[in-house]
Design a binder for this molecule. Structure first.
Ligand code: SF4
Length: 323
């Protein structure tokens, strides 16, 4: 883990829970009371799984797996989320900061190549406190695995706590972001956040086994009916992100889930379809046109899934393992 700052930045202190502005929604909710904000999370950590995870990019999962901690709740709440029960329904068990710190150490003992904080933004004051508790004993990198919808100020404050950033860049179009994630300002924030992450880590650093020690991997999941948005995003990345300083992970694995899956079943039953495009998988034409654009633009540093990768097995069982 990178050298942690001596003092937790005030923007990440537990006081933030009393008037929460941890994510771009900046609800101002007092999460120490029964009144919560958009994410509906209180100041108590909920997590659904903490285990070795083999399905991240090879430089993250390696041979042993990534030490993934799946936090419950989410600041985005995408209608098609593959982890819907955890992100939207907040399935999980309450754990203390001390317990979270112990989980980090246990995953390290089990051989995890890194600690992978999956959707942790809404609990950052607690997560940072847990990292402080193990600062001298945690020897593996810390990965911040997020939807990309982050405040640049928060990303800056996490310098020294996070070694590897694993953000999504989901949408370019505000209307698409509003429809799928109720976040019309998604690109405004995510584009700045990703640029800030890259500025903080510099170029990716790999060890002798091909494992990432520090750097940024920008993920993009191609959505059905949204290939032109994907292509616009790729052009933005080419024009705005510094060459050689980040890796791209292009993903074809979209599977209808959450509200999108519900829309699919409703459509089969002949009723309404709130998300018609998202109720099917991505076609070969859609994915290949995006993939070919990436290649034409020279965005080949990183990973590109094969179209056949659209499998549900990327989603682990959320059964409180390791919590
Ligand atoms: S973390 Fe939750 S409560 Fe805080 S600003 Fe974001 S959505 Fe609102």
């Amino acid at each position: 883990m990178a050298q942690i700052p001596q003092k937790i930045p005030s923007i990440l202190s537990e006081k933030q829970y009393q008037s929460c502005i941890l994510c771009p929604r900046q609800c101002g909710a007092d999460r120490t009371s029964s009144r919560t904000g958009y994410c509906r999370c209180t100041d108590r950590i909920l997590a659904a799984r903490a285990a070795l995870h083999p399905w991240e990019e090879p430089c993250i999962s390696g041979q042993n797996g990534s030490g993934a901690v799946f936090f419950s709740g989410c600041t985005l709440g995408c209608s098609f989320c593959q982890n819907y029960s955890v992100s939207r329904e907040r399935f999980g068990r309450e754990i203390s900061v001390r317990r979270l710190a112990d989980i980090f150490l246990r995953l390290q003992d089990e051989g995890a190549h890194n600690i992978n904080l999956v959707t942790a933004t809404q609990y950052l004051p607690s997560v940072v406190k847990a990292l402080e508790l193990v600062r001298d004993r945690l020897l593996i990198p810390v990965v911040f695995n997020c939807g990309g919808y982050e405040r640049p100020e928060i990303v800056r404050a996490l310098e020294g706590y996070v070694d590897i950033w694993l953000p999504d860049l989901k949408y370019y179009d505000p209307a698409l972001a509003a429809r799928c994630s109720q976040a019309g300002d998604y690109f405004t924030y995510a584009s700045q956040a990703v640029a800030q992450m890259i500025a903080q880590t510099g170029a990716p650093v790999m060890d002798e086994n091909g494992l990432l020690r520090s750097g940024v991997v920008v993920r993009h999941l191609v959505l059905p009916g949204a290939r032109t948005d994907s292509i616009r995003l790729l052009h933005w990345m080419k024009e705005n992100l510094p060459e050689g300083k980040w890796l791209l992970s292009l993903m074809s694995q979209y599977t209808p889930a959450g509200e999108a899956a519900a829309a699919s079943s409703e459509a089969k039953a002949g009723s309404g379809r709130p998300c018609p495009d998202l109720s099917r998988r991505v076609t070969t034409f859609e994915y290949e046109s995006v993939l070919n654009t990436a290649v034409d633009l020279g965005l080949t540093a990183g990973y590109m899934q094969q179209k056949s990768s659209a499998k549900e097995e990327y989603t682990p069982p959320f059964d409180l393992t390791g919590i």
